[in-house]
Structures are given as C-alpha cells and as structure tokens.
Design a protein around this ligand. Sequence first.
Ligand code: AGP
Length: 609
Amino acid sequence: MCGIVGYIGNKKACPILLEGLRQLEYRGYDSAGLSVIDGERLRTIKSVGRVQELENKIGERNISGEIGIAHTRWATHGKPSDKNSHPHNDCQNNISVVHNGIIENYRELKEFLIKKKHKFSSETDSEVVAHLVEEFNKKVDFKTAVLEALKLIKGTYGLAIISSREPDKIIVARNGSPLVLGIGKGEYIIASDTSAIVRHTDKVIYFDDGEVAEIKKDGFTVTNIKNKSVKKDVTILDWTVERTQKEGFDHFMLKEIFEQPEAILDSIRGRYISAKGAAKLGGIENVIARIREAEKIMIVACGTARLAGMVGACMLEEYAGIATEVDYAHEFRYRKSVIDEKTVLIAISQSGETADTLAAVREAKEKGALTLGIVNVVGSTIARETDAGVYTHSGPEIAVASTKAFTSQLAVMALITVLFGRQRQMSLVTGQRIIKELERIPSKIKQILAEDKEILKIAKKYHKYKNFAYLGRKYNHPIAFEGAIKLKELTYLHAEGFASGEMKHGPIAMIDENFPCVFVAPSDSVYEKNFSGIQEIKARKGKVIAIATRGDKEIAKVADDVIYIPKTLEMLTPILAVIPLQLFAYHMAVLNKKDVDKPRNLAKSVTVE
Ligand code: AGP
C-alpha cells in the first residue's frame, strides 16, 4: 500500500508534492521520490527512507515546474533502495510513473520489453509501466500509449504518469488501488486518498476501477480503458486529514480489521495454480529441493506471529505429513534445539525486525538449517537474512495490535502447506479443495465484518468484567491464545488462553459467574469435546461467549452469547474465528476508554531483546 500524489496548476509543484507525501506517509514509508517537468526537462529525485530524507536530498535545489508526481513506498517487489523507489522513468527519461499496487504479470512484460531493448534500472514490478508506455508512445500519442499499456497489465494499480514530450497533462488510472482527484481553482491534486488533498480543496472525484483520466490545468476528462467517456460526480469532503488516513474509521486497528479481505487477497494473489491444486511461491522456488528433503520443520516467532505458526504447524502435520515444532524465538535461541541441514526453520514476523526472531534465524543458520521468512515488511532484516521466504503483502500495519498481518500469515501458511504437501502425499483433489476454499475466505470474512454491531452489543454486555478465559482446541487452540492477547494488549484486563481440554486439570477452579469464557467452538472434528467443555463451564455458573459455525442451533441452547462464522475447511477456520475476537477486543478497548492504536507499554516492533 503506497502513497501517490500528483499536481498540475499554477504553483510550484515540488513543495505541494512533498506536503502531500507527508500526509500519505502512513501508507508506506521505506522510500520516497518525485518527478517534476521543469521547462522541457523531466527532473526525478528519489531516496530510500522517510519523506524527510527526500526533502533533505532536494535541499536548496530550485526545482521549478508546475506539474509533477510523487510517491512514498511500501515495498512489495524489490527491497527499499534509491533505485527501487518511485518514480520510475523510461529509457529516454521522458516518461515518469508512480504506482500503487501489484503487477502480477510484470515478469513476462519485462521480458517482452527487454527483447525490445529497453534497459531496466530497478527490481520493481512498477518500472515496466514506464517502458511499456514508452514502447507504445513511439507510434501513438501519450494518452493512447497509456491506454494500450493498461490493456496488457494484469494486477492492481493506482497510477500517475507524466511525459516531458507532452508536458501539459498528467494521466492517471485506477484498478484495485484507490485514487482521488482534488478539484482546485485552476489546479488539480491527484492522490491515493484525500488526506493529501483536503488542505487544498474540499471538492473531489473518486475514481473507480478501470477508469483513466487526462488532467490539464484547464480541465480533465475521464474514460474507461477503451477510451469511452465516463461521467463522474463531485463529492464535497467533510473529513479532517487524520480521519482520512483512517478512511473514516475511528482507529487504524478497526480500519486494518476491515482491510482483511483485501489483505488476504493480496497475500494469495498469483500464488496458486487451481487446476494443479498447487501453490506457486516465487520466493522459495530456489530452495524447493531442500524443502523436499526436509525431515522436520521448526517454526519460531513471538507473540501473535508465533500463534500463526502454531496454526501453521497443525496444517503442515495434517496435510503435508511433516513433523513440525513451534517455539518462542526467545526460548529457541537459548535452548539446545535438535536441528540440522535437514531442518527447515520458518521465521514469522510482521515487522521483520523482532530481535529474538532474528537471533533465532541466525542460530538456526549456524546449525545448517534452511531458513524461510514469512514477513510483511519488504527488505526488513529477517527477510534479508533468511535463505528464502514469502512476503505476506498485508500492507502497512499501523496499529500495535496485529490483525491483518496475522490473518495474512495464516493464509500464507496454508499456501506453504499446499506447497510442502504436494511435494509429498497431498493429492491433487486435496490441493484443489484447499485452494478453492482459500479463495472464498475474503468474502467469508466480509460476512463476519457485517455482524460487527452484534459483536459490539456483546462487548457492551461484558465490558465491566475483569477476567476472561479464552478456550479452543486443535486448529483453534492458538486462536484462543490470540483472542486473549488481543484483549490483554488492548484493555489491560486479565485474559488467559487455554487449550480447552486443559480446563479440568486446574484452570476450571477459577471459573464462576465473574469469569466469562470465550469458547472457539466451530463445527469441526473436536466440536463434541468443545460442546461438553461449554457445559462444564456452565455447570460452574461461568458465562460463555461461543464462536460457532453458522447454522449450529445446539450451541445457542448452552452458551450465553454466540457469534457465528461461515462454514469452511477445518484448517482455515482460524482465519474466520479470529475476526470476532479482534472486533470483541477492539470494542472492549473503546468501551474501556483505552488508547486502541498505541496501547501502553507496547511497541509495534520489539527490536530489543
Ligand atoms: C501482536 O498483536 C503483538 N503486537 C505482538 O505480539 C507481535 O505479534 C509480536 O511482537 C511479533 O511482532 P512481529 O510479527 O513484527 O515479529
């Protein structure tokens, strides 16, 4: 999720572009850059790091010119670096592009363009756009060249493109990534969201997928890719900048909970072949032979990431038939673990900078293990130091409490399970069934999100309680622990996760009417055990909030409250079951007047040991 800005008008573009980038920095902040048409010349300046680094690099240079584009990056392809930051230009340095999204077919486009003698200077997918437009622009005008290029591009984009050969216009296009046009007096601002616009004007147009606009100082036209004109309505904004960055949500955490359908789509997009029931993970293709020979998998992580690893371990043992262990990274690194060159160590980390997880990777490498990273932040230390890996593509996760990164980790673990499984005994049919159901998960998450008001009602009923137990079994044992972490870190209340079978071995002594239990009890292979566990809690006057599969009427007869989730494969229920727990914890925190996005004592990334 990057941030793009464009300006065309009667003022100097450079300061306006920089201000816009600062407003969009929350969308991505590993590198930034801008291009301005200064007279006849295209001037491009870019730098790794925050927008301030770019500003320092520009320094006292006088960059005049009243048309420009800019970008603040959240890397998806190619590590953060000067050359990988946007804008990307064509061979002649006439055309400049900023892009937000993922181009699925960039490899084949790049091969086609290299055969046409185009010279690439970055590792990114986005650079192909500049050279594709350049190729077509040899024969047709700039706008038509862009339309022709878009017809070949598969994937998602929010694009802004300028050309020094037609310096009176900016061409923008949207497909899957947001793009907004601000209508000022004799000037236009284009941006990924209104936080970069609202200071200049309150009149905006929201582009829809498949739309292309040509914007000049004196007006703009909107068409579809076939150049058929499209009528657009003007919206009058009434949001503050901060509210815009949260896209109308009260907190980044709630926004990120609601982004999970798109985040999962981005995590799995282009990473499977349905007909073959196979996963296609480019980031670990080069070590596939060692994966095939692996005798054991060791998963290490911390906090929520480790719980994703616990779910993944269930998947790998059941569907790939490979012995899998999970450990806290901070425990693994100090104990005498039995690993060697036949071990695959999987390190899971949203930030890719967690010190203990990084240390565990280094320890495993010392012992000859193959190390894989499941990381969200491209180019982060764990991503760079592991032998191979898979980026989760969740986009920036701003809230300290991890939500979309967690469910994306689960989705990637499911793909890794298919990859490992199909190397071993997993049948074509099983692989196809998992992939088919994984494709349905985003829409099933949306169904749960639609019930948010019901979850708020339940939170209102319980928000004064001080102690909670979270219970689950097998695939949802880790989800019980994740629900407890969410409640603890957001409300500071006491919440403890248990394997539900463990209750009668001590913990149930705590249960009474003041100790509610959240019970993750979908209709799965351990449902009956969970059902009797709920009855045991009820027999001791405990209150039960059950997470159950839609259509299960029996559970409503015993639980005090039920939150339903759609049916799915047992191995994928954790992705759905965690959503109500995220929303419950969120509402409990708001009702208890806590700082949802920045809970006390916590940091987004624990880079100290
Ligand atoms: C999750 O809600 C917590 N903020 C925390 O447990 C987090 O998952 C843990 O610190 C690991 O972080 P990482 O994924 O960046 O390595």
